[in-house]
Design a protein around this ligand. Structure first.
Ligand code: F0G
Length: 361
């Protein structure tokens, strides 16, 4: 049931598109930037490149209004905050994308936003977004987990609404991505691959897939395969990581809020949660851009790195249909892009001959 193309020639945002499946009432004033309805792009070259007989689709979440999947949860969280009454500001801890989404949707909701970030560990584009949308940006001398602890404490005050995924309506919004996958494919895939940081998204997708399955809108359930960065893999190592580290700053998290949700998704779906190294992440990052024309941020390449690893380990049966979510746009982290070992621009004199000479012609 492609709810958009037929019923909504103009996509109305995820809350209107999936209203009956979300915690809103007819009176709810919806705060939206028309998020969702992101492309499901068939990978044309990666399966061949890695020698895998699979059908691979990329759920390209960069096409949301603030260029990451966080907008799905944020339309719900901001709608709830705006309708609650008495809220003056929304507050969140973030590795960057949540803060960008919170700041944008707060502008839309006429609320203030306060974002708490780990100093020096936020990709430049995300910081620029939060600043431009008018958030009060607080950079703490600590990591994401420290920021989330502070937010939990501040959230006890009635003037603040917490818009991290510890707020369950965020998960409700994010589950709509699983609905979109099923609506487009007409069925759930065999596998769903995701990066895992705070573990909200894997929890949300699994919830979405289960709801469609329960209601007969899909016949099968996918196996959920989550990927953590090797230096930030608390769930895989089954312990809190005090000083997480990875080039994929979006998933630089040592004590995920939805730890239990991720464990359940993996256990219930006969899935897997495993690590990929920074090197594997950066290889997949360049591969997505070079072979598929998909420029994603490093964390978003983790599931593709994971796919390569899982394929090599013989975990993916031939003929499998796989969806991998790439969670955020590559332009969010221009520093990593230009420093990732790709060719730099070559400076030549301003003449046709000089350009021909450079091209070896
Ligand atoms: N990919 C990107 C680009 C992210 O920004 C995040 C999380 C994830 C993957 C992991 O998703 O946390 O649901 O497991 N970013 C959060 C933030 C932590 O603050 O923007 P998760």
């Amino acid at each position: 049931m492609s709810s958009h193309s037929a019923k909504h020639p103009r996509w109305p945002g995820i809350i209107e598109a999936y209203r009956s499946r979300l915690p809103v009432t007819p009176e709810t004033r919806v705060v939206t930037l028309l998020e969702g309805n992101t492309p499901l792009i068939k990978a044309e070259r990666i399966p061949g490149e890695i020698g895998a007989d699979i059908e691979l689709y990329i759920k390209y979440e960069a096409m949301n209004p603030t260029s990451s999947f966080k907008d799905r949860g944020m339309t719900m969280a901001m709608t709830e905050a705006a309708n609650r009454g008495g809220v003056e500001a929304v507050i969140c801890a973030s590795t960057g994308n949540t803060s960008a989404a919170a700041a944008a949707y707060a502008s839309r909701a006429k609320l203030k936003s306060v974002v708490i970030l780990p100093n020096g560990k936020i990709a430049l584009g995300k910081l620029a977004q939060a600043m431009m949308y008018g958030a009060t940006v607080v950079a703490i001398e600590g990591n994401f987990d420290d920021a989330l602890r502070i937010v939990r404490e501040l959230g006890a005050r009635p003037e603040f609404a917490v818009v991290n995924s510890i707020n369950p309506v965020r998960i409700e919004g994010q589950k709509t991505a699983a609905f979109e996958v099923c609506d487009i494919l007409g069925e759930a895939p065999d596998f769903h691959f995701l990066p895992v940081g705070n573990a909200g998204n894997i929890t949300a997708y699994w919830k979405g897939y289960r709801e469609y399955h329960r209601d007969g809108l899909s016949k099968k359930l996918p196996r959920m395969f989550g990927w953590q960065a090797a230096g930030s893999a608390p769930i895989v190592e089954d312990r809190i990581i005090e000083n997480p580290n990875t080039v994929a700053t979006a998933i630089r998290i040592g004590n995920p809020a939805s730890w239990i949700g991720a464990k359940e998704a993996v256990a219930q779906s006969n899935g897997r949660i495993d690590i990929v190294t920074d090197e594997e992440i950066l290889d997949a990052y360049r591969m997505l851009a070079r072979l598929e024309g998909l420029f994603v941020e490093p964390a978003s390449a983790a599931p593709i790195a994971g796919l390569i690893k899982a394929h090599k380990a013989g975990l993916i049966p031939a003929g499998s249909r796989i969806v991998a979510t790439t969670t955020g746009h590559g332009l969010k982290d221009p520093d990593t892009a230009v420093n990732s070992g790709i060719a730099r621009p070559v400076v030549v004199p301003s003449s046709t001959e000089a350009v021909l000479r450079l091209l070896g012609l």
